[in-house]
Design a protein around this ligand. Sequence first.
Ligand code: TYD
Length: 227
Amino acid sequence: MAEADVKRGPGRGKFITFEGGEGSGKSTQIKMLAQRLEAAGVPNIATREPGGSPGAEIIRHLLLSGVGKLLGPEAETLLFAAARDDHVRTVILPALNQGTWVLCDRFFDSTRAYQGSLGQVSPDILNALQRVTIGDLKPDLTIILDVPVEVGMRRAAVRRGSGSADRFESEDMSFHEGLRAAYRKIAADDPKRCVLIDATADADSVGQAVWSAVREHLATVTAASPA
Ligand code: TYD
């Protein structure tokens, strides 16, 4: 992605990413925020990683099948980066440049947490890939949904039903504890961009907390917007 591709200024849409461990409720919260923005007259799209564009969805399929694990942590990280590059160029940037807000289920903090903190891929590699794929397209706001591991795993199991666990869901409890700690550290290290929200409560209460964070951080959604 070239720096020149990133349009700046008031006409640009806001970029909000959602992060958290398995079963933290990101997709429900993204839907609720999209509806609130819609009601406030803010054009928005919801998308996800890995995936979100036709090319990246093909790579998603590979990644969640577990092929990446066989290739090793660095190569798996390259696959996430390749998917992100396509998604940013073909979906995220064009939308933001048009003034549309982008709500993205996972973004580079997932790479930092899963491949960096847990996969032990070096910061040098992650920084280099970040430069290539997103340049300085940082999210305007990152909502990190925090739930105790047992709660998240239980929710993920209910959602899955009789289907089998994917590549990351099938990691053990200590992996998921490490993941939670990694996200809490990301939030603590970048408090201007990140808001850590306790997502143990019911979806409506969490939704209110998300909406408050959006209104506090992104002043363009006015106080007059529906609650
Ligand atoms: P998904 O089914 O979308 O899971 P979730 O509902 O938890 O978001 O699967 C995406 C998986 O990919 C998830 O376990 C996290 C992992 N992932 C990474 O390891 N690195 C990344 O950079 C991204 C975007 C996702």
